[in-house]
Write a protein that binds this ligand. Structure first.
Ligand code: GAP
Length: 452
């Protein structure tokens, strides 16, 4: 199938140009595949987290929040299976000195001849594959001794399992209930790349939903549907989303069933989010390793180890999917514009306030006071720098859904123009009604105007 999608280079360039994302440690020459988020990137990430938190916690009453430590007791990772099994097979090329995943050679480029895969030209001299653990190691305490070895967490999920008993007792929950957490995870990926898609430091949003074993399959299907609905609610095109169920040979050691919610990224269909039925693997293993019983005991004496259903995703993968899905280039009035058609609740800036003429004290005064009024409750931006067309285009490129323009007529009748990013339609509103108009507009259902 021909992939009709924007290139990753265009997304990288827009993110750079508009200050969403920068290569990290750039003044020192950069540190491959690590990124820093600029102002608009932070605002967008905060929106992604807020929408997830609303859907997981605020809109339901069967999930509670948690924020566990990044560095956990090293035994946690023995119990979870990560020390033994969180590995990828790695090969080195003695000729070009590059490293590759042995199971992904067909997706990699030879260091000498990028049109070939590693091992395809006689020059290639690959080592035998060896297992490489993806966890970053560190030392806790001032002395570098074996006993103080610890790991940066490669997933947030284990912090949830080891707090199961606390939540069960203190939040007085009984299955089905969930614990949700947002936080950084770290993986020493052998082949990071494709911008934010595969990085070594990323922010995960994971929710572990504890259910009676007999209900696990039903809840597994339920969470796949819920998560797909969340992506559609925030504007991803249905034609760019699909659910792919793993075969038994592809599943992780803990999984009784896993489905990837895939998005059609510029690199092809790839995992956006995973939903897994982890069975009772984690609670049973932590019971074994910690000797603390992690089970549910009902008032009637009923006792069992709950099964766990887990939707897990990173903010980075959502951000790339939203940017790719929203990116558009078009010609308007003989001028080209780049526009990010983001859902208004995902866009970094909700509205721009623009005085038509920066030298007009009357317009600037009214625009400033509207900006002061709105900024208390909304992410808004004031801009009086340059021609109005250029200011509109700047806002289009960062995905701002609406611009309120203060012009001559505002001085006469206290009305402003509101311009819609997608349709370019303009209407007039009383300046006193702008706040209410924006509140309502943000609550409206939004669908991308892009054809599928
Ligand atoms: N607790 C289960 C778990 O971590 P995973 O499939 O390894 O499962 C879950 O990761 C999600 O985390 C993925 O679907 C993806 O959204 C994100 N993710 C994983 N590795 C990533 C990386 N190196 N860079 C960015 N996101 C990543």
């Amino acid at each position: 199938m021909a992939i009709d999608t924007v290139s990753m280079d265009k997304i990288v360039s827009l993110c750079r140009r508009r200050g969403f994302v920068f290569p990290s440690s750039e003044i020192y020459g950069g540190l491959g595949s690590t990124f820093d988020f600029g102002h608009y990137g932070v605002l967008m990430k905060n929106n992604i987290k807020a929408r997830w938190f609303e859907a997981m916690i605020l809109e339901r009453d069967d999930i509670v929040a948690l924020d566990s430590a990044v560095i956990l007791h090293p035994r946690v990772w023995e119990a979870s299976g990560h020390v033994e099994g969180f590995t990828d097979p790695l090969v080195d090329c003695r000729t070009c000195k590059l490293r590759f995943r042995a199971d992904k050679l067909k997706d990699s480029q030879c260091g000498r001849k990028p049109s070939k895969h590693p091992g395809e030209i006689p020059d290639c001299d690959l080592t035998e594959p060896r297992q490489f653990n993806l966890m970053f190691e560190t030392t806790v305490g001032p002395v570098q001794e074996a006993g103080a070895r610890a790991y940066l967490r490669p997933e947030t999920a284990q912090g949830i399992f080891i707090n199961f008993k606390n939540v069960l007792q203190l939040a007085r929950r009984r299955p089905p209930f969930g614990i949700a957490q947002i936080g950084k995870s770290f993986r020493n990926e052998i082949t990071p790349g494709n911008f934010l898609f595969r990085v070594r430091e990323f922010e995960q949003m994971e929710m572990e939903f504890f259910v009676p074993p007999a209900d696990a399959e039903r809840w597994y299907r339920y969470w796949i549907d819920e998560r797909v609905a969340w992506y559609l609610r925030y504007g991803l095109r249905e034609s760019r989303l699909r659910v792919r169920e793993h075969g038994p040979e592809e599943r992780s050691h803990y999984s009784q069933g896993t489905s990837d919610i895939e998005y059609l990224y510029p690199i092809g269909w790839s995992e956006l989010e995973g939903v897994a039925n982890r069975g009772d693997y984690d609670l049973t293993r932590h019971t074994e390793f910690s000797t603390t019983k992690l089970e549910y005991v009902g008032q009637d004496g009923e006792r069992y180890v709950p099964y766990v259903i887990e939707p897990a995703v990173s903010i980075e993968r959502i951000m790339v999917a939203l940017l790719v899905d929203g990116y558009d280039e078009e010609v308007v009035g003989e001028r080209e514009r780049t526009v990010l058609r983001l859902h208004p609740k995902m866009a970094p800036v909700e509205a721009a306030i623009l005085p038509l003429i920066a030298k007009s004290e009357g317009m600037v005064g009214k625009a400033r006071s509207l900006y002061e009024e709105l900024r208390r409750r909304h992410s808004v931006e004031y801009d009086d720098n340059g021609a109005i067309g250029r200011r509109y285009r700047r806002q289009d490129e960062i995905g701002t859904p609406w611009a309120f323009t203060i012009d001559e007529q505002t001085l006469a009748d206290d009305t402003v123009t509101v311009r819609d990013r997608d349709s370019l339609a303009q209407e007039r509103l009383p300046i006193t009604g702008v706040r209410g108009w924006l509140d309502d507009a943000l609550e409206r259902d939004w669908k991308t105007p892009k054809a599928n």
